[in-house]
Ligand binder design. Structure first.
Ligand SMILES: Nc1nc2c(ncn2[C@@H]2O[C@H](COP(=O)(O)OP(=O)(O)OP(=O)(O)O)[C@@H](O)[C@H]2O)c(=O)[nH]1
Ligand SMILES: [Mg+2]
Length: 224
C-alpha cells in the first residue's frame, strides 16, 4: 500500500482525478466521507491511498482555505473577474455584487474589462473612469487585452488556484484559450433570443498553468 498527496483537478462521474508528484491518479472517495457528509471538491489538497491491487482511494481532505460556488472549488487563491464592456453591457452593480461576494470569501480579485474593442471611445472612457476607483482601493484592473495576457502568468504564484469568474458571454473561455493555448475551451456568442447567457462552459476542471492552476466558474451568477 502506498500513500501520496495531491490536488483534486477533476471530478468525473463519482471519480476524483488527483494530481500527484508522479502524475494524475483517478481515485474513488472512501465511504467515510459520506458518513461525515463531507464531499471532496476540485482544488482540495488530499491524501490518497493506492492499495496492492492498484485501486486508488481518496482518504483525507486537508483543511480548506475557502470553498466557492456551485459546483464548489476549494482553496481558491485569486479570482480573475472578467467584466465585459458590452455584450453583455457593463454593469457597476454586477461588479459590486461579485466584489462583495469575493471579499466575504476573503479571495483576492483582479478585474479584466473585456470587449473594449466593441465600444466607442466616449463610452469606454466613462467605464475606465469608473474602474479607476476600484484600482485606487486596491484591485488590479486591466482594460487591455495584451496587458492581461502578458501580466497574468507573472502574477500567478506556484501551486495557486486562480478562478476566472464573470457573467456568461463575458469572455472567460476566450481569455483562458489565450492564456493557455492547449485549453481548447469552446466559446460562443450569447443567445440574445433567450436574453440570457448560453453557458458554453459546463465542466469543472483545473487547467495547469506553469506550476499553478486555472479554473473557470461555469455558472457565473449562481455564486452562492
Ligand atoms: N470582440 C470581442 N469579442 C470577444 C472578446 N472576448 C470574448 N469575445 C467573444 O464573446 C463571446 C463569448 O465569449 P466566451 O469566452 O465564450 O464567454 P464565457 O465567459 O466563457 O461564457 P460562458 O462559457 O457562457 O460562461 C465569443 O463569441 C467570443 O468570441 C473581446 O475581447 N472582444
Ligand atoms: Mg465559457
Amino acid at each position: 500500500m502506498k500513500l501520496a498527496q495531491g490536488t483534486v483537478i477533476g471530478l468525473i462521474a463519482g471519480y476524483y482525478d488527483v494530481e500527484t508528484a508522479t502524475g494524475i491518479v483517478r481515485t474513488r472517495a472512501r465511504g467515510v466521507f459520506r458518513q461525515k457528509k463531507q464531499k471532496p471538491a476540485v482544488g482540495d489538497r488530499v491524501e490518497i491511498q493506492i492499495d496492492d491491487k492498484g485501486m486508488s482511494y481518496l482518504v483525507k481532505i486537508m483543511p480548506r482555505l475557502n470553498r466557492i460556488g456551485r459546483p464548489a472549488v476549494a482553496n481558491v487563491s485569486h479570482v480573475l473577474l472578467v467584466i465585459s464592456a458590452v455584450e453583455p453591457d457593463f454593469s457597476l452593480e454586477l461588479l459590486d455584487r461579485f466584489l462583495t461576494f469575493f471579499s466575504w470569501q476573503k479571495v483576492n480579485v483582479t478585474i479584466y474589462l473585456s470587449k473594449t474593442d466593441l465600444l466607442n471611445n466616449d463610452k469606454l472612457t466613462e467605464i475606465k473612469r469608473s474602474l479607476a476607483y476600484y484600482q485606487e482601493i486596491g484591485y488590479p484592473v486591466f482594460t487591455d487585452y495584451h496587458d492581461v495576457q502578458a501580466k497574468i502568468p507573472e502574477m500567478i504564484g506556484k501551486d495557486q488556484i486562480w478562478t476566472l469568474a464573470g457573467q456568461s458571454g463575458a469572455g472567460k473561455s476566450t481569455l483562458l484559450n489565450h492564456l493557455k493555448e492547449d485549453a481548447h475551451q469552446a466559446t460562443g456568442a450569447i443567445s440574445t433570443s433567450l436574453n440570457r447567457g448560453k453557458h458554453t462552459t459546463r465542466k469543472v476542471e483545473l487547467f495547469k498553468l506553469g506550476e499553478a492552476f486555472l479554473q473557470i466558474r461555469q455558472a457565473s451568477l449562481r455564486l452562492i
